[in-house]
Design a protein around this ligand. Structure first.
Ligand SMILES: [Zn+2]
Length: 383
């Protein structure tokens, strides 16, 4: 069962269990936590506990008929909603939307800390904008208007409610104002500030914290049989995000090579080496869009750490020893006068690459702008 697979967070699990035991579960809970963290499995694990016929020591028993069903995220009265590509609520075989759900279930079986980006990566329509439509919300509210089975709840789990269209959000708001009986809404969300304030005022927020380094290390050792020293290195980089730790582990050699790629890119941009960048770009063109997205994410981390070094906050630099050595030389190039522009530049490049724009144009722009921006600071930043 899911709660057994989530390291630590015992006090949060206990708090949720007590709400259940005292029959005081608010009709809408918002599980707030970063993507790739525990918010999703915690909420779905809570669903398993609430449906279990015979909970044991505040955990779902794992052997009753209900547990067998919820193990596969299925139960009559349980509805799982994620953003889709179309208005359609039909889950017809072969459609891009049924593809999304299928991808979700297949990744979730392997990695309960998955992100919506992980799902999109493999989806057929990945270049389209995903959203939660008013039709979808309407249909779900219709289906929970029937009474729940036995003394159990209807549970509606909305993953990434930030993707709700305005009409869908308003429809949900009306329902939260007058909730159907025996129905619980779980919103699983990393950016609640993007939700309507009126929705936020009607949900109880559960802050789902990051994991600590030890949790991540143990998780990697137990679930992926990683060497302790390697697990510690990954935990250092991933900052309490288990999904990030898993992604680094699965692409470990590529992660290690990213530092060389970034070092080379910065060197070529500073020197304005056009022939060199041509070769560099060809390498990334053949590695592909996802590899280049990982490079851009990595570059944003390095820029962030260079700033931390500039502001003499080395305790906030969470990198490998090699990265630390590089940052100690690179940091004078990233400072108060250019950091915002650099962040914008790499963020925009990331968004462009995600939207399937021309890879070469994005890379060329990045090179030219970095040539302008990456200059050692010559003014006193503290003025
Ligand atoms: Zn059970």
């Amino acid at each position: 069962m899911l709660w057994h697979k989530i390291p630590d967070l015992e006090s949060l699990k206990l708090y949720l269990t007590e709400l259940f035991v005292r029959q005081q579960i608010p009709h809408a809970l918002l599980f707030k936590g970063e993507e790739g963290g525990a918010a999703l499995p915690l909420a779905l694990g809570y669903m398993q506990l609430l449906y279990c016929d015979n909970p044991h020591n505040n955990f779902p028993c794992g052997i009753c008929k209900s547990c067998k069903q919820t193990e596969n995220l299925f139960y009559p009265g349980f509805h799982f909603v994620l953003p889709k590509f179309s208005q359609s609520t039909q889950k017809s075989e072969g459609s891009e939307d049924s593809d999304l759900l299928k991808i979700f279930y297949s990744i979730f079986k392997e990695n309960i800390f998955l992100t919506f980006d992980d799902v999109l990566k493999d989806a057929k329509g990945k270049n389209k904008q995903a959203f939660i439509s008013v039709q979808e919300v309407h249909q779900i509210i219709e289906s929970v208007s029937y009474s729940a089975i036995g003394n159990k709840y209807n549970i509606v789990c909305i993953w990434n409610p930030e993707y709700m269209q305005p009409a869908a959000a308003n429809k949900l708001l009306k329902t939260l104002e007058e909730p159907p009986p025996q129905t619980l809404f779980f919103l699983i969300c990393s950016r609640p500030e993007e939700l309507l304030a009126t929705i936020l005022s009607r949900v109880q927020k559960i802050e789902v914290p990051k994991f600590n380094d030890k949790d991540v290390v143990d998780y990697l050792i137990i679930n992926y049989q990683v060497e302790p020293s390697k697990a510690q290195e990954i935990a250092m980089i991933c900052q309490g995000n288990i999904n990030k730790a898993i992604q680094i582990l699965l692409h470990y050699d590529e992660y290690i090579a990213l530092l060389d790629d970034f070092r080379e890119f910065a060197r070529l941009a500073i020197k304005y080496d056009v022939n060199g960048i041509e070769q560099w770009m060809r390498n990334y063109e053949s590695a592909g869009r996802e590899a280049f997205k990982r490079f851009l994410e990595y570059a944003l981390d390095i820029l962030h750490y260079a700033i931390m070094q500039n502001y003499q906050l080395p305790q906030l630099i969470r990198t490998t020893q090699h990265e630390k050595a590089f940052i100690s030389k690179f940091y004078p190039y990233v400072h108060f006068n250019n950091m915002e522009k650099l962040y914008d530049l790499f963020n925009t490049a990331y968004n462009n690459v995600s939207r399937n724009t021309n890879l070469r144009i994005t890379m060329s722009e990045l090179f030219l702008r970095c040539n302008e921006l990456l200059k050692k600071n010559t003014t006193n930043v503290k003025n």
